[in-house]
Write a protein that binds this ligand. Sequence first.
Ligand code: FAD
Length: 480
Amino acid sequence: TLSAPPTAPEADGRDHTALLASLREAIGAAHVVTEAQDMAARLVEDRGLRQGTALALLRPGSTEEVATCLRLCKAAKMPVTPQGGNTGLAGGGVPDGGIILTTDRLNRIRQVDPTNATITVEAGCILANIQAAADAVDALFPLSLASEGSCQIGGNLSTNAGGTAVLRYGNARDLVLGIEAVLPDGRVLNDLNGLRKNNTGFDLKNLFIGAEGTLGIITTAVLKLFPKPSARATALVACTGPDPALALYARMRSQTADTLSTFEYVERLGLEMVIDHTPGCSDPMSEAHPAYCLIELTGNGAQADLDTRLEGALEVAFEADQIVDAVIGASEAQKDALWALRENLSEAQKHEGASIKHDVSVPVSRVADFIKVATQACMDHMPGLRPCPFGHFGDGNLHFNLTRPVDMADADFLAEYGAFNRIVHDIVHEMGGSFSAEHGIGTFKRAELRRYKDPVALELMAQIKATLDPDDLMNPGKVL
Ligand code: FAD
């Protein structure tokens, strides 16, 4: 459901003619968009959950132009919402009036330095283009999300995106050495270094990473590159539930050392959804099982070594009753087919009616407990509910998605959104976890932030915000 549109910015009683004229002069009239139909796609959240309004959309083409835009907006007390690919899932890039500043035209790869193992990119570079530029020098930029064909690195850093390679390479934050950012008053913070060692005071870049555009606009970043793996060994294994899956995870970690790069989990219901609703996807096993793990090892040695390592670990897991069936990808096509069973899950779920989604994390040692306790609590609240926990098990991060009972109307189910959030997030909190593992706070999780975040941390966040943005002009109403 769309939330009610906030008051249109034109209705704030002020005349914005002079500001718009100055902005047109600064970045060119063609890059100041004010027609409603040209902004329409920028005003809606990716899944259509939130509708915004804006006075204008700005498309600056350089850091200097971003700085001028922010200076002019500050002088006119005009709020600014930064936007990249607009694929964010927390509502953070949708404006409540004011100006949208898109980084679309900041799309240059400035430098690739294979020896330093770095790539310097502007904020509007599409993630897939950065991966391709790394690949061209036989290197790997490991950040990988299903939205990589349209999300931008500025958005990835601002949300501290996760994805499927966190287990081995870390979150977006772990992949950054330096950034350049424009502050709300138009000053440019130049921390654009490619250093692996740099202990010269506070680590300011990390203020902007994960800030969802509330402290300034990231314009450029120096990112880490890694050796490109030459081999991968991929398996889908079946187990009887989350407990053996956790035992298997511990085994894979100890037996495969640092080659383990994926450990994803999905239960039978999720696999069935994919098989039923995705052309070309079928069950690779002859029997149904309660739960499955997608495991991948990557490395730079011989393919045969990696295969032997995976097969050896799985054999021991069979003997220890941690798995009951397994399919190992024998060709690249078969490996891709196993991945497709995981990658198509979110899309497949849409065909089963309304769902209530939770993007949560707990310590990895508690993941199995979390799945069991939260599933039971939600089933107690609504018999017939179809829980579909899946995701980045090895990171302790699950998309704990609940699909409505087969015979219930979507609206009746969605009326329980708050109740399910409370049940799931309370359990997460008790287990020392986070109610937002990957997607951030935006507008959707602000109330949860106030409820669960340490009060001193909240106070510090508000103080930092007030210091950098005393007029509350950078993405107001988001996060805090
Ligand atoms: P936007 O949506 O444009 O913006 C996101 C936030 O960052 C907003 O608050 C915005 O104001 C701010 N922002 C954007 N650019 C800047 C900038 N240059 N400077 C300052 N602030 C800025 N996320 C994951 O973490 N893991 C996943 O596996 C994952 N899978 C996804 C799969 C699909 C199909 C979809 C649609 C989304 C998925 N996401 C995932 C969420 C989303 O893709 C990520 O959050 C992504 O990092 C957002 O990038 P974006 O360029 O679209 O940012």
